[in-house]
Design a protein around this ligand. Structure first.
Ligand SMILES: O=C(O)CCC(=O)C(=O)O
Ligand SMILES: [Mn+2]
Length: 156
């Protein structure tokens, strides 16, 4: 008996076309407001960094018990100075050395409105916040706790 050839039909799934509108929009990179390309240089009185604008603003909030351990800001490709603005409660800012998270370090009191800039040989120094002094924020700010904003150049 002769066997009839069997036709195997394959079903190719048609790729469903997604409209452009349905796709998520890429996150837009916007510059933190009021930040100029030369911010770090202006604060330090040096030449502006050649590797780009201040395109990162990292905001940390500290309540009365918050701390930040000793670390280095080493994720950025750029070595442009880090510009750090404090608002609200006063804190103890511990500024160490680039070699280790241990002494020598200097404890500085950062108050609301203080700008702390570290660059050059200190750009990769270990630093941290061992203490916040609760209730020391200027009342007109209406802020309970401490806000810190660090501005950085990613270099990407
Ligand atoms: O809160 C501060 O003053 C320091 C913050 C800091 O070191 C950081 O965000 O990497
Ligand atoms: Mn840091």
């Amino acid at each position: 008996m002769a066997l009839a050839p069997v036709r195997v039909r394959t079903h190719r799934r048609r790729r469903r076309r997604r409209t452009r509108e349905a796709l998520p929009r890429p996150a837009r990179r916007t510059r933190p407001p009021g930040v100029t390309d030369t911010l770090g240089a202006e604060a330090l009185g040096t030449e502006p960094a050649a590797d780009g604008p201040y395109d990162i603003a990292l905001i940390n909030f500290y309540d009365a018990d918050a701390r930040m351990g000793m670390h280095r800001d080493a994720d950025e490709k750029s070595r442009a100075p880090v510009v750090s603005l404090s608002l609200g409660d006063t804190c103890v800012f511990r500024f160490g050395n680039p070699g280790s998270r241990t002494r020598p370090w200097t404890d500085v009191e950062l108050r609301s409105g203080d700008l702390f800039v570290f660059g050059g040989p200190s750009r990769l120094a270990y630093h941290g916040v061992p203490r916040v002094h609760p209730g020391t924020a200027p009342p007109e700010l209406g802020l309970t706790g401490r806000l810190n904003i660090t501005l950085r150049v990613s270099g990407l």
